[in-house]
Design a protein around this ligand. Structure first.
Ligand SMILES: Cc1cn([C@H]2C[C@H](O)[C@@H](COP(=O)(O)OP(=O)(O)O[C@H]3O[C@H](C)C(=O)[C@H](O)[C@H]3O)O2)c(=O)[nH]c1=O
Length: 186
């Protein structure tokens, strides 16, 4: 397992150590001690999630607010996605900035998304199975989000506009400016 820092402090890429042999391959997808030794974080993950989507599906940009905030360790079991994390930490020097990383079943890479970030992904392969660990439980009332095509974040999702399929909920998400204003008035 190797850790690659990104431009956003606390958000990093994990390169898994894979053991191929004549049968296929093996790798430890998560080891709390190795994760802590390499990242300095001991994360008490409490919930695993898995979703499956067809090409063009875009899930995000999502987060949970306040004490319900989640850090996530995300990876792809099947197919390929563009995975995106957006820094929404108040006062962060990289507030509103994002990282976009291709994750696939063959890359054996994972992305750690800290609390305070919005997260989303777009499916680039015919279909993709997405798996992630969360360090806080699902809390529907605390859910928040930012619209995927917010010009101030300017994410290139690597899909043609007419390919992108969003949930009705995600189509109605606010821009970062609208969200920030709503929080300021809260
Ligand atoms: C997230 C979640 C959802 N659900 C239920 C609620 C809905 O009935 C159904 C689908 O939920 P949703 O449309 O919010 O699923 P996604 O659009 O994949 O949401 C996720 O998308 C991006 C990529 C994220 O990072 C978040 O973890 C999460 O928001 O699963 C649960 O029961 N537990 C959960 O933890």
């Amino acid at each position: 397992m190797k850790v690659e820092q990104t431009a956003l402090e606390g958000c990093f890429i994990i390169h898994d150590t894979v053991f191929p042999d004549s049968r296929g391959y093996f790798f430890e997808s998560f080891n709390q001690q190795k994760f802590a030794d390499l990242t300095g974080h001991t994360i008490p993950f409490v919930q695993d999630n898995q979703s499956h989507s067809s090409r063009g599906v875009l899930r995000g940009l999502h987060f949970q607010k306040g004490d319900a905030a989640q850090s996530k360790l995300v990876r792809v079991l099947k197919g390929k996605v563009l995975d995106v994390a957006v820094d929404l930490r108040p006062g962060s020097a990289t507030f509103g900035k994002h990282v976009a990383v291709e994750l696939s079943e063959d890359s054996h890479t994972q992305l750690f998304v800290p609390r305070g970030f919005a997260h989303g992904f777009a499916v680039l392969s015919a279909e993709a199975t997405f798996f992630y660990k969360c360090d806080n439980f699902y809390n529907k009332p605390a859910e928040g989000g930012i619209i995927y095509n917010d010009a101030s974040i300017n994410i290139n999702w690597q899909l043609a506009q007419d390919e992108i399929l969003l949930s009705d909920k995600d189509l109605l998400l606010p821009t970062l400016k609208e969200y920030s204003a709503s929080m300021a008035n809260a």
